[in-house]
Design a protein around this ligand. Structure first.
Ligand code: MGD
Ligand code: MGD
Ligand code: SF4
Ligand code: MO
Length: 680
């Protein structure tokens, strides 16, 4: 694809690699050395020519004056950000010399990789796992995001992906659950708008009125973590009103009677006292959902970032089973998609090199792992992530990163808070500087991308960097000779049963870098072992979906006290800490603030815009109060993640988040914390 725009400039096809369900197809104006302009690919089946404000000026990220372009070595204190340029040879030599000595003295387990989804594209995202297995390093449990939701779905539906995002307008009743869809899933949100125009009823269940609220006819603001109670109560109403599809359940959900038998106690009156929603609204919601022809639930992840996140997923996802919603096009659910199976990821993760005796460390407990003196981590290698800002327990994380006996390597595009703690800093390239595979978690539309420009400065892709380090460590396998683009070609060429169902035209389009939709599965072909939905699973500790309280509810509802439930939510203008290099976006986002209800603020003598102190047993954080009727009493919300330098105090909001894990999936419980708030 090389359509000329002027003598030297042309449009090249690419895709957005960032951690977003849309995975937009992009058109990039370039002269092969520089990129000038970025727009949505009008031929991409999901993107259809429009993209978000974050990527609209991607050229400002790629050619930003603050890009890290060369390897560097720390000269100042840890955290200070003072570095001197060195060569790649020096950097690799220093890293490998240190690692060889550490492995000799303490074993490979004292080295810990830390990564998440800085680049969500398949090769750059997964390739480190193979390298660190080969090294014998500690394994990282990558569960900072939606693993509780994943575990809940796995227990109920296995890998059943749900509907295709473009089919949203086929639904006549859309329930958006714990998702700020306008900010975080732009193309699903556009389809919701389309559905509304066709007459669909739209409802949001969240903890506050988010920027997505105008999309919906109604928002239900629940107490954080109480969603299971709302869902079970809806089920109770459906049963009482005879809106259960028993024929569907008999065929697709054996043992369902055990679940139905538990429902009668979950009355709307009971759920009202738990969720804070009036019983008559719960009843009306359930009846409208149950009477719809093709009701759809769009799952975000927010409701699952709690100590009861997995079981709440089972409670909510039981609703489409009870109503047989899967039978109608547009009905069922959306939010359990994994398109990585279109490629052989074992090439990247190398399970054959995984030594089961080696310990695993949960990424949500980085602070604890760095504080552990029994079996210490002596080296940390960070790529695709910014743990100094994003991980819970920020105070302990920063203390750990400051340790003089910790050798930290960070592979980054910008001087993030984490990069400031690096001993060696390596320059990472961006998605227009390397090829990769795009396998979204919001649709089954996959794409191959090829380099648009050469890497800037001395930047290298994650894969090419691991190959250099492998050589430095003396690894002899042939795979380390493959360049990033060779690996991409091999992965595309490798036959795959899913992609093999494509016709010739689709195969051609994919090979030419177009976004192409994988063959969509039959919605009634449930991807569990026995092909059935599991509403009753006797081998689980909770055989049927049940209500379990979360941690913040226990703190905030204990008699009359002044604890508030703290929810962390995404910001419109940034993506976790990605895009925080962009001044215009940060200005639009505004400074770090805590949204709180008028009454909660007044009770504490706080006015809109006042400086406040937010604290719990973990830390104390200074913020501005944003007093708003959009947040219900008892809940406070912090949107976005801010670089620590932009905070009035020493810490960001993540200092107030515990390192506790979810009920299943070992996931983060980022929105399950209680805080007290006082004027500064
Ligand atoms: N603009 C933008 N886009 C993004 C991101 C971003 O930061 N900014 N992040 C990206 C990433 S990494 C992800 S995982 C996705 C996440 O996309 P979402 O799933 O939309 O985001 P979440 O952070 O999970 O939070 C969604 C909503 O859940 C609500 N919530 C929290 N607790 C509860 C609860 O107990 N019950 C209910 N009902 N709601 C609750 C929050 O108030 C929030 O509005 O978005 C991706 N896209
Ligand atoms: N308070 C609060 N905390 C949160 C969240 C929240 O909403 N609020 N969201 C949570 C969620 S859902 C998630 S998924 C996590 C996200 O946590 P992270 O995945 O750590 O997300 P980012 O902050 O975007 O940091 C990604 C980093 O990867 C770098 N990067 C990008 N591309 C590449 C590449 O190709 N190679 C290398 N080496 N680096 C690259 C970027 O420059 C960026 O600094 O944060 C979690 N923490
Ligand atoms: S961040 Fe999301 S909406 Fe924006 S361009 Fe990337 S994939 Fe599309
Ligand atoms: Mo995430």
């Amino acid at each position: 694809m090389a359509q000329k725009t002027s003598e030297k400039k042309y449009w090249a096809r690419s895709a957005c690699p960032y951690d977003c369900p849309d995975a937009c197809g992009l058109l990039i104006e370039t002269d092969g050395k520089e990129i000038f302009c970025v727009k949505g690919d009008d031929r991409h089946p999901v993107t259809r020519g429009f993209i978000c404000q974050k990527m609209a000026h991607y050229e400002q990220t790629v050619h930003h004056k603050d890009r890290i372009l060369y390897p560097m070595k720390r000269t100042g204190r840890k955290g200070e950000g003072a570095f001197v340029r060195i060569s790649w040879d020096e950097a690799v030599d220093e890293i490998c010399t240190r690692w060889k000595a550490l492995i000799r003295d303490y074993g490979g387990e004292c080295i810990l990789p830390y990564s998440y989804a800085g680049a969500e594209s398949l090769i750059q995202n997964k390739c480190g796992e193979g390298f660190f297995n080969r090294l014998g390093a500690s394994k990282l449990i990558r569960s900072i995001c939606s693993k509780a939701k994943g575990a809940g779905f796995a227990q109920a539906y296995g890998d059943t992906p749900g509907i295709f995002v473009n089919d949203i307008p086929e639904s006549d009743f859309i329930l958006i659950w714990g998702c700020n869809i306008k900010a975080t899933w732009l193309h699903a949100s556009a389809k919701v708008v389309e559905a509304r125009k066709k007459g669909s009823h739209v409802v949001i269940v969240d903890t506050y009125e988010t920027p997505s609220a105008p999309l919906a006819h109604e928002t239900f603001c629940v107490r954080p973590g109480s969603d299971g109670a709302l869902a079970l109560s809806m089920a109770c109403v459906l049963k009482a009103a005879g809106l259960i599809d028993r024929d569907f359940l008999k065929e697709y959900a054996p043992g369902f009677e055990h679940f139905l038998d538990t429902l009668d106690d979950y009355t709307p009156e009971w759920a009202g006292s738990v969720t804070g929603i009036a019983p008559e609204r719960i009843r009306a919601l359930a009846l409208a959902y149950g009477r719809a022809k093709a009701p759809l639930i769009i799952f975000g992840s927010g409701y699952s970032r709690h100590t009861n996140g997995a079981i709440n997923t089972r409670c909510i996802s039981a609703l489409p089973a009870l109503t047989g919603a899967f039978k109608k096009k547009g009905g069922g659910y959306l939010g359990n998609i994994n398109s990585k199976g279109a490629f052989n990821t074992d090439r990247l993760t190398r399970p054959d090199w995984d030594d089961p005796r080696i310990r695993s460390i949960n990424m949500n407990q980085l602070g604890q792992a760095l504080a552990n003196r029994q079996s210490p981590v002596y080296s940390l290698y960070v790529y695709n992530s910014n743990p100094a800002n994003v991980a819970p327990g920020q105070r302990q994380v920063l203390e750990g990163l400051s340790r003089e006996d910790l050798f930290t390597v960070v592979h980054e595009r910008f001087m993030t808070d984490t990069a400031r703690y690096a001993d060696i800093l390596l320059p990472a390239d961006t998605s227009v500087e390397h090829g990769d595979l795009i396998t979204p978690y919001g649709s089954l539309c996959i794409q191959a991308i090829f380099p648009v420009i050469r890497p800037l400065g001395e930047c290298r892709s994650n894969w090419d960097t691991f190959c250099l380090l492998a050589k430095g460590m003396g690894f002899k396998e042939d795979i380390w000779d493959l360049r990033n683009e060779d690996l991409l070609e091999e992965m595309i060429r490798e036959p795959n049963p899913w992609r093999q169902q494509w016709d010739e035209e689709s195969r051609e389009a994919f090979a030419h870098g177009m976004g192409v939709v994988l063959p969509l599965p039959d919605p009634l072909d449930f991807k569990t072992e026995n092909k059935k939905i599991r509403l009753y699973t006797p081998d689980l500790s909770e055989p049927v979906p049940a209500y379990r309280t979360n941690k913040s509810m226990r703190a905030t509802c204990l008699g009359k006290n002044d604890w508030l439930a703290l929810v962390v939510a995404p910001a419109m203008e940034t993506l976790n800490t990605t895009f925080t290099e962009r001044k215009a976006l940060c200005l639009r986002r505004g400074e770090a603030a805590l949204k709180m209800n008028l009454k909660d603020a007044a009770d504490r003598g706080i006015k809109d815009g006042d400086p406040i102190t937010v604290y719990n047993d973990l830390a104390s954080v200074s913020l501005k109060a944003k007093v708003s009727e959009k947040v219900p009493e008892g809940t406070v919300v912090a949107e976005g993640i801010y670089p620590t330098a932009s905070m009035p105090g020493l810490f960001g909001i993540n200092a107030l988040l515990s390192q506790d894990l979810s009920d299943s999936g070992e996931a983060a419980t980022l929105s399950d914390n209680a805080v007290k708030v006082v004027p500064y």
